[in-house]
Design a protein around this ligand. Structure first.
Ligand code: PLP
Length: 400
């Protein structure tokens, strides 16, 4: 416990996330034994190159006057960028959003943090459906609030009855993330509609709106023609947090947005609070160059084919060995049951086979590992014998 600084911030910074620790271990290990000999499934860094249109948009933006291109934009973002995004959403979802419904951010992370801080008062509760992206808990707690965990059902869908049972007068928000990290689940409209009914009833009972915060960095990455429902059409008080980190493979460029739909009750107040939260958090404005780029790329489709191919190879390969996997309908993660109850111990043993798998405990659920398949196809194919050896090691242990 250092006297020189804030305890909580010290421990957040000194330990880092499990995913980042495993990733850092992978980097060290690759330097020791060669990159090809380590099967790093730890981090969700897209391996698909950004589309050619992104490069063209960057080059075109560089022709614009430097002072304007690299200057501050308005706090919520450039009006032309926000108008282009609103128009794209309106074409896709039959909505009537305007620039004034959008607040540009540094990726989905900043969008979530701004949204949470906009609607939460200290002591409020936020329900997170486990397994969930581990940073949710940190952001909720940083806002002085409590993260309440609701376990997904065995199909990794929200358990609406359990969520309803966990609502208290202090509940202010529920975070939904579909397509989901870490399970790949896509929540169908019927499930979201049941959740919406439960939240509407509880909001009326409490005399206070319970918001849905839809975390959607994987919205475009879905397989087999699965539709990702537009959540604000199902539940009015929904804030959408989006980013191009995954859809256009731009995670290091930090660009995304919060949408406060104009169909939400008191949306102008909530929007002002999002801008206020961004100001309080010191965001100033999202990167200007990237605002120019996404303005030109709003309708560029994601390249899902490579992930679909990886998904097939990994799912087929692991199921063929005998692993129990949740079939992902979206995103680029496979949720695999660990071969022993202690997921951390299983992940440690997997490391012995140079397999870097993230244990599920940090996602709020025991007994699984997350395998990120945004890696080269070759990595997946070459990793299968290591998965087999890990399986055999456990079977041999059982036999003893
Ligand atoms: N939410 C989820 C579910 C994620 O998986 C991630 C990143 O992996 C984020 C938010 C943060 O994304 P961004 O890079 O856009 O900040």
């Amino acid at each position: 416990m250092p006297a020189s600084c804030n305890d909580r911030m010290y421990s957040l910074g000194a330990s880092g996330s499990t995913i980042r620790q495993l990733f850092a271990y992978g980097q060290r290990r690759k330097a020791e034994i060669g990159a090809d000999n380590v099967f790093d499934f730890s981090i969700g860094n897209p391996n698909v190159p950004a589309p050619a249109q992104v490069r063209e948009a960057i080059l075109a933006a560089l022709d614009e006057p430097s002072v304007e291109l690299h200057g501050y934009t308005a706090g919520p973002g450039a009006a032309s960028t926000r108008a282009a995004i609103a128009a794209s959403l309106n074409r896709r979802f039959g909505t009537a959003y305007e620039a004034g419904n959008l607040y540009m951010t540094m990726g989905a992370a900043a969008a979530l943090d701004a949204s949470l801080n906009a609607v939460l008062d200290p002591g409020d509760e936020v329900i997170c459906i486990a397994p969930f992206f581990p940073e949710y808990q940190m952001w909720v707690e940083s806002a002085g609030c409590v993260c309440v965990r609701s376990l997904a059902d065995e199909r990794m869908m929200p358990d609406v009855d359990d969520i309803a049972a966990r609502i208290t007068p202090r509940t202010r928000a529920v975070i939904v993330n579909s397509p989901n990290n870490p399970t790949g689940a896509v929540y169908p409209a019927e499930v979201l509609a049941r959740l919406a009914d439960a939240l509407t009833a509880a909001s009326e009972r409490n005399g206070r709106t319970i918001y849905l915060i839809a975390d959607e960095p994987y919205r475009e990455i879905a397989y087999d023609g699965v539709t990702v429902p537009w959540v604000p059409a199902i539940y009015g008080p929904t804030l959408v947090c989006y980013s191009w980190s995954k859809s256009l493979s731009l995670p290091g460029e930090r660009i995304g947005y919060v949408l406060v739909p104009n169909t939400m009750p008191a949306w102008q107040e909530v929007y002002a609070a999002v801008c206020g939260a961004g100001r309080a958090l010191g965001y100033v404005c999202a990167p200007s160059l990237m605002q120019h780029v996404v303005e030109r790329c709003v309708d560029v489709p994601s390249d899902v084919a490579a992930y679909a191919r990886n998904r097939e190879a990994l799912l087929g390969g692991l199921r063929g060995i005998g692993y129990d996997c949740v079939e992902p309908q979206g995103a680029f993660y496979l949720w695999v049951r660990a071969l022993e109850p202690d997921a951390k111990a299983f992940s440690d043993r997997a490391r012995g086979h140079e397999l870097l798998l993230v244990p599920s405990d940090d996602f709020g659920m025991p007994g699984y590992v997350r395998v990120s398949y945004c890696v080269s196809h070759e990595t997946i194919v070459r990793s299968l014998p290591a998965f087999r050896a890990l399986w055999d090691e456990y079977r041999a242990g059982d036999a003893r």
